[in-house]
Design a protein around this ligand. Sequence first.
Ligand code: TXA
Ligand code: MG
Length: 346
Amino acid sequence: MMKTKRITIDMTLPLEEQLAEAGQLLKDGQLVAFPTETVYGLGANGLDEMAAKKIYTAKGRPSDNPLILHIAEKDDIIPLTEEVPMNARVLIDAFWPGPLTLVVKRSAIVPRLTAGGLDTVAVRMPDADIARALIRMAGVPIAAPSANLSGRPSPTTAKTVAEDMDGRIAMIVDGGACHIGVESTIVDCTSPVPTVLRPGGITVEMLTDVLGAVEIDKGLTDESVKPKAPGMKYRHYAPEAETILFEGETERKRDGLIKAAMDAVCMKKCVGALVSRELAERLPADVITVSYGDKAELASLLYDTLRGFDEKGADVIYLEGVDESDIGLAVMNRLRKASGNRIVTA
Ligand code: TXA
Ligand code: MG
């Protein structure tokens, strides 16, 4: 086991000095976890095949699941790709820096392993100042998947990164909690109509506004179709406890969840519930209840809550579904995966 160093960033002081050692570790081919606006990333030099290999080992990630390259300036995408298509330019102007990842044709400088053997590459310019400062210090594009063990919920705090990565990586940069809380939206720009491969922080409504039309990968909703983003086929974001998602008409869905929670409490089970404030008030006092005011708040606390239920020893977890407009689409995609598609539709 290696010793994992932890540094805490003070946003009132210059970032360059504070990130100098982290940048050097990345240059030396080591792994450094760092915050972005979506979730914490597990960074390595994206042009160094050996460094990328360490990511797969540290996460226990299947090697056919490609990594996202993170860049500090818009133009840094140019050397990574054969071509920046017109629709990608439009999206870059509208949404970078931000929670949007673009899939484009891969150039020869991107190692095969980084791209999971595909002839395309995923690129994102994050909005978080710490992330961009770190990329600049390293001087190379940074390959960074979410900093969790493969299959676990993504980390949105340095504490949850440490739960999964302590002893496996060189450094964790603690920059506080990630404010969006679900991963970036992935858009494939190599198809004639840009296609959403993973819903995320930039919503389908926002994409449609600037592009006119987008498609949504059928593999996201139809279980018989293989998703185009290799990572979307895995059971992801999964807590250890049995997890059930309640969907459907608001009142019936809530009644169903309340009844399930009461039954489980009667059977002396430890119950976790992630629900709206309205529903929270109606649940038995024994239920470990985490509630949210709106969908954005749900996105920001989703992953930490799922981990927290496991930590508290929940036997079952009940999740209240939300409508799929705006950030709701990304949230419901993660909730369905967390439940392993155990869904009760009222
Ligand atoms: O918000 C995010 O995107 C975070 C932060 C750290 O930036 N990163 C992240 O990375 O979520 P990761 O590795 O956990 O998820 C990357 C997803 C996987 O589902 C992978 O299969 C897909 O992106 N992907 C990567 N390259 C691709 C490509 N060339 N074509 C299709 N899908 C790709
Ligand atoms: Mg991930």
